[in-house]
Design a protein around this ligand. Sequence first.
Ligand code: COA
Length: 418
Amino acid sequence: MNDRYAAITGWGMYVPERVMTNLELSTMVDTSDEWIRSRTGIETRHIADVREATSDLATRAAWEALHRADVNPDDLDLIIVATCSPDYHIPSTASQVQDHLGASRAGAFDLNAACSGFVYALSMASQAIMSGGASKALVIGAETLSRWLDWGQRDTCVLFGDGAGAVVLEASDRPSGLLSYVLGSDGSGAELLILRNGGSRQPPRGMMPPEGSLYMNGKEVYRFATRVMGKAAREVMDRAGLTADDISLFIPHQANLRIIESAARHLGIPMERVFVNVNKYGNTSAASIPIALCEAADSGRMQPGDNVCIVGFGAGLTWAAATLRWAPPEAAPDTSLPRRLMRWSRYPLARVKSLIHRAERKIDGFEDELERRRQLVERARRNGHHTGGAAGSNGHSPNGHAAASVSKVEEPEKAVTK
Ligand code: COA
């Protein structure tokens, strides 16, 4: 029996300020508040500002979670960002967050399982802690899918919103955190929810919407979701030795109220024990479950000792479910002014630290370049200004092109000896 648990000790969320109502959407595409509400339950969604990228949303949620847990970013071993709308393909959004937080000891990577991503990431990070590989981890679900929507396509643009949610996990000997999990994938459904451009199959030309926008077969995804939600939830409860009656709160992926209601019916869980906030945020993909988790915790919908079931589904097609024992730290975080000031001062300091690292890297590079030129001049002097390609290599790149290193080596030398 494992006696090392991965307790959720902090949680935080962030949604962009800008709220877009159904009414506003109805001025942009042929839709109506009535249609959107009745088919999806969505009333508003939050849309990221042009200056806000996924890592910015993720960092704000992470700050809250770290404050609540009273964990210093320097003590984190692992950061996972679940996202399918990263800042860049390379590098990872998680590395950006690691830098923003000043989490100098943490390994960081992105995980893409679309809307199921947070449950995947939570399972992976919990396993890392339970196995002793890590002691403190930060798991974030963050998305700016609004960037990949075609705002002329009424069947997709009304559904999604932007946001981020985060949890801090810490090793604990108190039974808490992840009890069981199930991860699933059926790639034969790839075409049903897809962003075609920008990957190796369709390289990043014309990546911006409408060419590079999210495509969805709503009816098929709906059928898949209603089938898989109940099934995954049942499976994960069985694995934990729990029944639906033992679950105090069911937190499903917030994609569509009708899908949530159907899953609850299938499981025999009354809607009073189901958390719903899709009306406020729409479908925030990997951020939807952690945002719901935060709101459920802050509104007292989860009490210490409660069993909670979370279930996600999404592009891939993927699905993931987990049961959790909710057992937050007994002591409330210290919110005294000096403590708050100390916590908040970490982040401007992290910025400064990051700027110093960047400057150091530039200086190092500059010094290396000076040294390289000095050696070239030295060699040229020894060879009596004969360059003739002797210093170059006849290397070939892996894809068969002759390497350009010969002429490259000569360039600085010419510049210096002119
Ligand atoms: N406003 C008005 N009409 C719309 C519309 C909108 N925003 N979007 C689509 N329509 C129209 C369609 O063009 C279609 O018209 P047609 O019958 O003339 O061709 C009609 O509405 C389809 O209506 P209906 O069959 O009743 O829609 P639906 O009940 O299947 O609901 C979805 C559509 C998209 C809400 C639903 O299929 C869904 O939620 N699917 C799952 C989506 C999801 O969860 N995705 C994320 C997964 S992580």
